[in-house]
Structures are given as C-alpha cells and as structure tokens.
Write a protein of this length. Structure first.
Length: 102
C-alpha cells in the first residue's frame, strides 16, 4: 500500500489566532444579545425559558440537575416492605360523619 505524503499549507500562528478570536467574539456577541433579550422578558416568560432550556438539556442528556432529579425520583424506600390493611378499612365511620356535621 502506498502512502501519499502531501504537505499542508503553512498557516501563520497570527492568522489562526485572528480566526479563533473572531469566532469567540461572534459567540460573545450572540450571547450578549441573548442575555439582553432575556432581561427584557417578563418574569413569567423567563421562567418558561428556563424550563425550556432544562427540557433541551434533558433531551440532549447532558444535564447534571436532571440526573440528580432522576436519582431522587427513583428512590422508593418502602418498596418491598409488607403492607398491612386493617380488616375494617372500608367500613363506615359514623364518628367521622358526626365530627364533620359539627
């Protein structure tokens, strides 16, 4: 098998820095614009926006808070423990009706 050895074009470090700097600046401008728009929203819409962002994080699977919520949600300390129901559980309770009538 032959290997093709080609030379890469020489690019100056200054040019790479300019390209990276311009991309960072574009991202910062976009972020600053988004923050300015968010700050103008009423509180209720800001809350909706936060919920939407959390939904997107959950959908992408890269949210630390979602993994924490899931682990606490799936905590079932009573699972597997026996349940005892009193034999008169479904019988009428006249003393309750008397207390409610007062």
């Amino acid at each position: 098998m032959e290997s093709v050895s080609g030379s890469l074009p020489k690019v100056s470090l200054a040019k790479i820095e300019r390209v990276l700097s311009s991309r960072i600046n574009e991202e910062m401008i976009t972020l600053e614009m988004a923050i300015a728009k968010i700050q103008k929203l009423p509180l209720e819409q800001r809350n909706e926006l936060i919920k939407f962002i959390e939904f997107l994080e959950f959908k992408a699977g890269n949210s630390e808070t979602n993994s924490q919520q899931i682990s606490t949600t799936k905590n079932y300390p009573l699972r597997g423990k026996p349940i005892t129901i009193a034999s008169d559980f479904d019988e009428p309770m006249p003393e309750l009706w008397e207390a409610l009538a007062e």
